[in-house]
Design a protein around this ligand. Structure first.
Ligand SMILES: [Zn+2]
Ligand SMILES: [Zn+2]
Length: 259
């Protein structure tokens, strides 16, 4: 294996801090299951763009074959979006806008976690958990399933659909004309992510498709916004690099969190 293939890749800007990595090391496998934390994440409409990307980086670095935690998090939020679109005409836009609007800040930002936060973790652990190689490989493998979800307003990229935040802006500007289309698309995305989540159950292992897995990236971008996720993807010809490496993070999967 060449040196280029094994070198860890880090492009998130600014780099993840030791405090962010230290917190995220156990968060998804532990705190995410706490009811008050889940409720906080629901009301905040998930993490901000940076911390959404951070969750995906760290979980792919540590548990590339077991992304159950992020899938639970974003499926939970997509089900909330499906419910937000369930209001009947004629006031659906107003009610949906209200339901899609966060009433809390990002859970991680609110805890004071940012690029300057320091954490007490071994340097090797930091290097492993912040290695972006596996997320790039995951995004490359599932690209065809999530590309059509990239928000053109967030990224300037052609095609795609508006993310949650830009749907809200379009509504405020009275430019929102695609309610039924969005409702159908979000319903299908939630179904796909639901199939991916189900595939983590013993009896359903192997039943998920690449498109189902791609729903995790699509859901993360739709909920949080695509700015940082798209920058991450486009940084350094990531498709080619991921294809070459096939996802070869130096990390092993993290041990189970203490109960
Ligand atoms: Zn945040
Ligand atoms: Zn957007």
């Amino acid at each position: 294996m060449s040196k280029a293939q094994t070198a860890p890749v880090r492009t998130i800007t600014p780099p993840l801090s030791t405090g962010e990595v230290n917190f995220l090391w156990w968060f998804i496998q532990g705190s995410l299951m706490n009811a008050p934390v889940r409720e906080d994440l629901r009301r905040g409409w998930g993490p901000c763009e940076r911390h959404t990307l951070a969750v995906l980086i760290v979980e792919n670095a540590l548990r590339p074959h077991y992304l159950h935690g992020p899938v639970i998090l974003f499926h939970d939020l997509l089900k909330r979006a499906v419910a937000a679109y369930a209001y009947a005409w004629p006031l659906h836009d107003l009610r949906t806008r209200h339901a899609l609007t966060p009433t809390r800040p990002c859970h991680f930002c609110a805890m004071g976690l940012d690029a300057s936060t320091t954490g007490d973790l071994p340097h090797e652990r930091y290097l492993c958990a912040s290695d972006e190689t596996n997320l790039r490989a995951f995004m490359a493998t599932t690209y065809n399933g999530w590309r059509s979800w990239v928000c053109p307003t967030c990224t300037g990229a052609p095609g795609g659909v508006l993310c949650r935040r830009h749907i809200l802006e379009a509504q405020e500007a009275w430019e929102h004309r695609a309610f039924e289309d969005e409702k159908a698309k979000i319903g299908r995305l939630a179904d796909r992510l639901g199939r991916y989540e189900r595939a983590f159950a013993v009896d359903y292992q192997g039943t998920d498709t690449l498109e189902d897995r791609a729903a995790l990236v699509a859901a993360a971008g739709w909920v949080a916004g695509w700015g940082q996720l798209w920058d991450f993807w486009t940084a350094g010809a990531s498709r080619e690099r991921a294809r070459q490496s096939g996802g070869n993070s130096r990390c092993t999967e993290a041990e189970a969190p203490p109960h």
